[in-house]
Design a protein around this ligand. Structure first.
Ligand code: ACO
Length: 387
């Protein structure tokens, strides 16, 4: 065994591969710090644009800076015509929401402010994502796409474009709390992807496309849809145990539970559970919220029974599903909505990586054969394995 082999760590678990000022995840204490603020302190209070400004600059904006930043986002939110064409094609052929987002994110290069114009390029990439997600949804639903209305913040305008009417301030607050909660999270898989891409000297659009591809997988950002489906399928707290046991006995994973870093409860789950409770209470119907709570209790009990010692806890995706459903955001847009927020974190990480760049290039451990000898084509047989 050589040195490389002795250092192989599957999934890079526990490996420190970057230094960052953006966020800190303490998986044992169940703490998340965003640019110095405990998550619980900032997520329910800040407007989403304030949170983005904080990540991109290191400081919260003044009122004037916030107004200018909102203006910058708004003036860069228009989609290139080719993006609309591809979204139309994606919606009519049944291409799913994250594939539509990934395909069209690449096309944003067609009409992008130059990288030397301060934050203009970053703002354009961020501000166009909600328009792309809402446009895909409206076309898919046989509706005309809507443009972001002037003067509206990103969260309200996203809800407006989905619904076609101005959202209630309580809904905007709940969505902003969600977007703030998931904006950044250490070196998660999609952020790592973005940093690897940008570390080669590549561009921000390439990093965005790669990160979207990483986020869409069910082990990362693709879990909230299946988590909500599970709660719907259970339907009644009395059915939870039989349903969950069946899944666990057949070796399936329960979506919305477990995390690579958190071995105690994901603090984001608590922030989102509180926001969901407020939302459902305001709507005057707590049935789904209470069902989800009952499913969560039973799932945790059974995970401890089936996977003792693995310390599997509720993750952010379980309450994401409940909150976004309470906001009438369709299931197909759960992961795109996550993307809208996390893109702000990816961009911040890319800029940080560029400032302190060193090519990210780890090593692999070779486990294949050695000393093979060349066999001319005419002498190769299938049974000899052509060797
Ligand atoms: N349900 C049932 N069993 C689970 C679950 C789960 N949700 N999560 C982990 N396990 C089990 C594994 O099967 C494994 O069992 P074993 O030791 O008997 O083989 C053990 O717990 C350890 O699991 P790992 O795969 O080593 O954990 P890892 O750190 O790789 O996985 C992950 C983390 C991918 C999030 C996992 O918990 C999972 O698949 N969860 C469900 C999907 C999900 O909710 N994803 C969203 C994550 S949050 C985010 O990315 C924003």
């Amino acid at each position: 065994m050589n040195d490389n082999q002795s250092h192989y760590i599957p999934g890079l678990e526990g490996v420190v591969a970057a230094q960052t000022r953006l966020s800190h995840v303490d998986g044992e204490a169940g703490e998340l710090v965003i640019a110095g603020f405990p998550l619980e302190e900032i997520a329910p209070r800040a407007a989403f644009e304030e949170m983005v400004y904080l990540l991109w600059s290191g400081e919260l904006p003044t009122a004037r800076q916030l107004e200018e930043f909102r203006f910058l986002l708004a003036e860069n939110s228009r989609l290139p015509a080719a993006v609309l064409d591809v979204l139309r094609a994606a919606a009519s052929t049944g291409v799913d929401s994250m594939e539509a987002l990934r395909m069209t994110a690449g096309l944003l290069s067609l009409d992008l402010p130059s990288d030397s114009q301060g934050w203009a390029q970053d703002a354009a990439l961020l501000a166009r994502l909600p328009v792309m997600a809402a446009t895909w949804w409206r076309l898919r639903s046989g509706l005309q796409p809507l443009e972001p209305p002037p003067g509206m913040g990103l969260a309200s305008s996203y809800l407006y474009m989905l619904r076609g009417s101005e959202p209630h301030p309580a809904h905007v607050r709940a969505l902003e709390t969600y977007l703030n909660t998931v904006i950044d999270h250490g070196l998660n898989a999609s952020t790592f992807t973005a940093r690897v891409i940008i570390s080669t000297g590549s561009d921000l659009v390439s990093a965005l496309v790669g990160a979207i591809g990483a986020l869409k997988g069910p082990l990362h950002g693709g879990a909230p849809g299946p988590a909500l489906q599970m709660v719907f399928e259970i339907g009644d707290p009395d059915q939870a145990e039989a349903y969950l046991r069946k899944k666990l006995e057949s070796g399936e994973r329960l979506m919305g539970f477990g995390h690579r870093v958190y071995k105690v409860r994901d603090p984001r789950a608590d922030v989102l559970a509180a926001a969901a409770e407020t939302l459902y209470r305001q709507a005057g119907d707590m049935r789904l919220y209470e069902l989800a709570r009952a499913v969560e209790r039973k799932a945790l009990e059974l995970l401890e029974e089936y996977k003792p010692g693995r310390r599997l806890q509720t993750n952010v995706e379980f309450y994401t599903a409940l909150l976004l459903h309470g906001l009438e955001i369709p299931l197909e847009l759960f992961t795109p909505t996550f993307t809208i927020s996390r893109a702000a974190g990816w961009i911040a990480h890319c800029r940080e990586q560029q400032r302190e760049n060193r090519l990210i290039r780890p090593q692999s451990q070779y486990t294949g054969p050695r000393d093979r000898r060349w066999v001319p084509l005419e002498k190769r047989t299938e049974s000899s394995g052509a060797s």
